[in-house]
Ligand binder design. Structure first.
Ligand code: ADP
Ligand code: MG
Length: 293
């Protein structure tokens, strides 16, 4: 369904061009939850933004192809890209506050979104909105739909954001750190919901996270990103049980290219490396690896 091939994203700057994502390939089938994991700055959000056509200027796709089904996402006009975001691809962010309007009741927000994409009456949109809230696990939805976002807990708000993302029956949902702001128990419930939606609605998810626990809990396949490059990709079980890049492969510096061919660091990566603490990172990775097994 989604096919990303050799994606490269660059940010031109005063001190040269920074390659945030380099030669990244991945594909997501309907109903698949594909994890994209890596430390902060690895390029995860940039990949999500490139797919959905919302790269922040001056960032641009410098190479590669992006397809959703037969649609070439790179060839879309801005109007077509906007329509695509509405209809076939949805996005969920870490902080529900960025997706919800605090001044509007939940029902108004859902009804507005449904009506923006489909020519249905208000009462039909309302029925659909209540059904959606029930589907995502909000009890007594007909009554609670009249609440404002602040009257819901963080976990419930994130469920509402998921309901908003579902309004248009998307084929693909890009979820960027969707549970990072939530308590562990609530996080688990939201992940279960995502798993259920992938199964029942056959939606493909690109689940972006820095948390290997989240990857282990719900993803089918995973792509491990480091310094903008794919370190590893494959079925989650396989990648977590036998990482091809164990600790000895960690380069001496965040964001540094790995392997014998790696050249000297330059530009933003050099500045980044100067600020990083490899030892601390290795200890953190050790704990991460222990948790994988
Ligand atoms: N608008 C931008 N301008 C310049 N550099 C950017 C911009 N957005 C992201 N980057 C750079 O791209 C790299 C990847 O960022 P990002 O995709 O946000 O990482 P992640 O989501 O994995 O934490 C970072 O080094 C970041 O500094
Ligand atoms: Mg990010």
């Amino acid at each position: 369904m989604l096919t990303v091939e050799n994606l490269t994203v660059q940010f031109p700057g005063r001190h040269g061009t920074f390659t945030a994502v380099e030669d990244v390939s991945l594909s997501i089938a309907p109903g698949e939850i594909h994890g994209l994991v890596g430390e902060s700055g690895a390029g995860k959000s940039t990949i999500g933004a490139a797919i959905i056509g919302l790269l922040q200027p001056p960032g641009f796709v410098a190479g590669g192809t992006l397809h959703l089904g037969d649609t070439d996402l790179r060839s879309l006009t801005p109007t077509q890209a906007h329509a695509m975001r509405g209809a076939r691809i949805s996005m969920i962010f870490q902080d529900p506050q960025t997706s919800l309007n605090p001044l509007m009741t939940i029902d108004d927000q859902l009804i507005e979104t449904i009506q923006a994409h489909e020519n249905v009456s208000s009462s039909e949109a309302r029925t659909r909105a209540v059904d959606l809230l029930e589907e995502i696990g909000i009890e007594n939805a007909a009554k609670r739909i009249k609440a404002y976002p602040h009257q819901f807990s963080g976990g419930m708000r994130q469920r509402v954001v998921i309901a908003l993302a579902l309004c248009t029956n998307p084929e693909l949902i890009i979820a960027d750190e969707p549970t990072t702001a939530l308590d562990v128990a609530v996080q688990s419930q939201v992940l279960d919901l995502i798993r259920r939606l992938a199964q029942t609605r056959d939606i493909g998810f690109l689940l972006i996270t820095h948390d290997i626990g989240v990857i282990a809990q719900i993803t089918d396949n995973v792509t491990v990103l480091r310094g903008g490059k794919v370190m590893e990709t494959g079925p989650t079980d396989k990648v977590l049980k036998a990482p091809e890049h164990p600790l000895h492969a960690i380069p001496d510096g965040c964001g540094a290219p790995a392997g014998p061919q790696a050249g000297p660091l330059s530009g933003p990566r050099q500045r980044q490396a100067r600020h990083c603490r490899p030892r601390r990172e290795i200890r953190r990775r050790c704990r991460g690896l222990a948790a994988w097994r």
